[in-house]
Design a protein around this ligand. Structure first.
Ligand code: SF4
Ligand code: SF4
Length: 333
């Protein structure tokens, strides 16, 4: 790690977009993030229990995003904390883990989430290094959409204790329609993480009815071919952000996902989340996609302001003025 963690932001190539922009000089890449900003931090009871630090900014524009206010800072003009020095955040985090509330909860690690912490990777590394100067045994979880470069992933694996890794689709056009990004870098990194499963907490697959349900079986086959012992959690989609009116995942569809995983040999699969929230599938379909799932997701994206189809935020001439990033839902669940 460079002695000044900021220097890497002068030619930012942290994630697979490899924008090469000088974020310190005000240039913007796909994430539109300048200096890393902490959106919020708190003791968090969801496994693995942790002191969770939500970093602002994201390199994806997922239609289903639950954390859209954080992910799309600064376009969403969300309040974020000012510049929090890595040493100060480290001291605060270790103290929170060692507090009575932290112990009672069973919180045993820092958990970097977002948005995507990859957009803030040098800062995250500075916090981890400072925390380990205070307590060399402090554990760390890295929560990711898997879109970092291979070099960034190698760095992360050198210091993280555990990784929670989101997968959405194996089919490239469904992945693009849902996230704005290609699937290949994510699948490549999933393979690397599976080969280092001592660092894996679990793969997480969000189940979005009528959009990525047909991706469950191919994703399970992909993971089972890597290692049948991988832990997989299916998360029930709750209507949010651009998909605010779309129906949530049903209990039945979650149980079906687990059955498919078991059939593929992934015995350590389970589901979690709040199922059964009502909604309505929009009837519009976007003609620039082949599969029904991608056509449906593409239509939602277009209705919310996305102008490039098939979606490709890295090549989009409107990336710096992306209207989707400014989308404000009327309903959140
Ligand atoms: S999208 Fe990725 S490569 Fe581009 S500026 Fe953001 S973090 Fe850097
Ligand atoms: S308008 Fe461009 S940058 Fe925005 S979501 Fe669509 S493809 Fe991505």
């Amino acid at each position: 790690m460079p002695s000044d963690w900021r220097s890497e932001l002068e030619d930012c190539r942290l994630c697979a977009w490899q924008c090469g922009v000088n974020r310190l000089a005000g240039e913007c890449g796909v994430c539109q993030l300048g200096l890393p900003r902490v959106a919020s931090r708190t003791l968090h009871p969801a496994p693995p229990q942790s002191y969770t630090i939500f970093m602002a900014g994201c390199n994806f524009k997922c239609l289903h995003c639950q954390n859209w206010t954080i992910a799309h800072y600064p376009a969403q003009r969300t309040h974020v904390d000012g510049e929090v020095k890595p040493d100060d955040l480290a001291a605060e985090s270790v103290a929170a883990l060692e507090s009575a509330a932290g112990r009672l909860m069973g919180a045993d690690r820092l958990f970097f989430s977002g948005g995507s912490p990859t957009c803030s990777l040098p800062y995250v590394e500075a916090v981890v290094a400072a925390a380990r100067r205070i307590n060399p045994d402090v554990k760390v979880n890295y929560d990711t959409n898997g879109f970092m470069t291979a070099a960034a992933l190698e760095r992360i694996l050198s210091w993280t204790t555990s990784i929670t890794f989101d997968l959405r689709a194996i089919d490239d056009e469904v992945h693009r329609a849902l996230t704005g990004a290609p699937a290949a870098p994510v699948l490549r990194n999933a393979e690397v993480v599976a080969a280092h499963k001592e660092h894996l907490w679990e793969f997480r697959i969000l189940v979005v009815p009528e959009i990525n349900e047909d991706q469950i079986e191919p994703l399970c086959r992909f993971l089972a071919a890597l290692d049948r012992d991988l832990s997989v959690c299916f998360l029930a989609f709750r209507p949010n952000w651009v998909l605010e009116r779309h129906p949530g995942a049903t209990r039945r569809s979650m149980e079906r996902a687990v059955r498919i995983a078991h059939r593929c040999g992934l015995d350590r699969a389970y589901w979690s989340g709040h199922a059964g929230i009502s909604g309505e599938v929009a009837s519009d379909l976007h003609s620039d996609y082949r599969s029904l799932s991608a056509r449906r997701a593409g239509a939602y994206a277009a209705a919310a302001g996305c102008v490039t189809h098939p979606r490709d935020c890295g090549a989009c001439s409107s990336a710096l003025t992306c209207r989707l990033k400014e989308y404000r839902p009327r309903r959140t669940t």
